[in-house]
Design a protein around this ligand. Structure first.
Ligand SMILES: NC(=O)C1=CN([C@@H]2O[C@H](COP(=O)(O)OP(=O)(O)OC[C@H]3O[C@@H](n4cnc5c(N)ncnc54)[C@H](OP(=O)(O)O)[C@@H]3O)[C@@H](O)[C@H]2O)C=CC1
Ligand SMILES: O=C(O)CCC(=O)C(=O)O
Length: 432
């Protein structure tokens, strides 16, 4: 039984009204509360999981190319480490905030647990728009941020990785800055590095590959062949472009892709292999297109599968009723608000959650960490084979919860994750 003071603490942490703006933290807390109600879990463990273990907030001074100094804010939220070192990406984006990092760190905890990886959850970032920084400024910002969080990270403590606005190059700078501070080369401090400095083959495509694998399995589950299935993918970055290209390879028709400026749509199929990804050329989806639909029309497209793979909070109660697709696969983290989740549930539109669908990124990060520890490089074929096995194992666990309990895909994934976390907390004896 929780003490009165804990219950008071809980009440004060209630997420805001779901019809108002919902932060990643609000969504993550609502999802946790809902999933916990399906299983027999100690309320003290749930209360612990409702809060991050630590949030580091740092000021990051940057000397701009013109000699002026601007101070940016950076965060590293560490949610839970009961199953292993903290793990999760770093974002460079103007929308980064304390609460966003905490919500995203919670999702990392569940994601690692769904995949049964020996990691906990973290997330961080810098409140900055990389499109407004020169390459030199981006490098100085990254190195200084690394210096500010150096005591919080490390190969057995907390291992960052890429997320929106960061990439292999960012990770190489972090590895170099950290290694210089430690006076020894430490590849295991970050994952998602270029293979030439200890990165894993296949890491940058891995989250998109897992989205494609799960889309294939979900289509099969609902007796739908990928051949003839039309798919719309929002965002053409590390996640969206790889998912779209693989699904195209596997016979699906990619009818729409989008970037920050809008949507490109052709029901007969787009040549997604020829469109540069965000990393190759930002905003290339719309830059070279003749007809561009406004961004909000993405959710009303007449396609079979929607894959939001850009930013969070895009499927809301304002557009959930207008969705025509019959399956949603979450490529981005937190694209669906709680209110939208309820609407889609009532409309019998399955939403396959981020913590399963895009988990290929952190899974290959785990492979990279193992390769760094062992100083051995795996071939691309081995990485992709092992990823396929891990994703299918997680898919089977989640699918059987859906079949046995009749719960949503999100609740099923949470049940798998929470059961593992509860057992680990109990085994370590951290809780009464
Ligand atoms: N990278 C990773 O390893 C993983 C990332 N994720 C999640 O996937 C999502 C995308 O990340 P990632 O692919 O790495 O990001 P990238 O930075 O590689 O690409 C982001 C893409 O989204 C587009 N975009 C940005 N803002 C908007 C918007 N408001 N509306 C529509 N499109 C937009 C960008 O367009 P433009 O080119 O015009 O800027 C770009 O195509 C995030 O939620 C991230 O947390 C999840 C698992 C792993
Ligand atoms: O690879 C990782 O460690 C984390 C990737 C990530 O940030 C995510 O899955 O959201």
């Amino acid at each position: 039984m929780a003490s009165e003071s804990t219950q008071q603490g809980r009440a004060s942490e209630e997420p805001a009204d779901p019809t108002e703006f919902e932060s990643a933290l609000d969504t993550a807390r609502r999802q946790l509360a809902r999933a916990a109600s399906h299983i027999d879990i100690d309320p003290n463990t749930v209360e612990r999981l409702n809060h991050p273990a630590k949030v580091h907030e740092v000021s990051v001074p940057l000397e701009r190319d013109d000699g002026t100094v601007e101070v940016f804010t950076g965060y590293r939220a560490q949610h839970d480490s009961v199953r292993g070192p903290y793990k999760g990406g770093l974002r460079f984006h103007p929308g980064v905030s304390h609460d966003e990092c905490v919500g995203l760190a919670m999702w990392m905890t569940w994601k690692c647990a769904v995949l049964d990886l020996p990691f906990g959850g973290a997330k961080g970032g810098v409140v900055a728009n990389p499109k407004e920084l020169s390459s030199g400024e981006e490098e100085r910002l990254t190195r200084r941020f690394t210096q500010e969080i150096r005591d919080a990270i490390g190969p057995t403590r907390d291992i960052p990785a890429p997320d929106m606005g960061t990439n292999e190059q960012t990770m190489a700078w972090i590895m170099d800055a950290y290694s210089m501070q430690q006076a020894e080369t430490t590849p295991g401090v970050v994952t998602g590095k270029p293979p030439v400095v200890g990165g894993s083959y296949g890491r940058s495509e891995a989250p998109g590959r897992s989205v494609a694998i799960i889309t294939r399995e979900v289509c099969d589950y609902y007796d739908r062949s990928l051949e003839g299935t039309t798919v719309a993918v929002q965002g053409f970055g590390s996640v969206g472009a790889s998912a779209a290209r693989l699904l195209d390879d596997w016979g699906a028709t990619i009818a729409a892709v989008s970037d920050v400026n809008g949507v490109v749509y052709d029901l007969d199929g787009l040549d997604v292999q020829a469109i540069p990804s965000h990393d190759e050329e930002p905003e290339a989806v719309t830059k070279h297109a003749d007809d561009v639909l406004p961004s909000h029309e993405f959710f009303e497209l007449d396609v079979d599968v929607l894959i939001p793979a850009a930013v969070g909070n895009v499927i809301t109660e304002a557009n959930a009723d207008a969705i025509q697709a019959s399956i949603i696969i979450e490529g981005a983290n937190g694209p669906t608000t709680s209110a939208a989740d309820t609407i889609l549930d009532n409309r019998d539109i399955p939403v396959v959650p981020d913590i399963l669908a895009n988990a290929g990124g952190v899974t290959v990060s785990y492979f990279e960490w193992l390769q760094d520890i062992n100083r051995r490089s795996w071939s691309l074929e081995r990485v992709n084979d092992e990823l396929e096995k891990e994703m299918l194992a997680a898919w089977e666990e989640v699918r059987s919860e859906v079949d046995e309990r009749g719960v949503s895909w999100r609740d099923a994934a949470y049940i798998v994750a929470l059961s593992r976390l509860a057992e680990a907390h109990e085994a370590r004896g951290l809780w009464p």
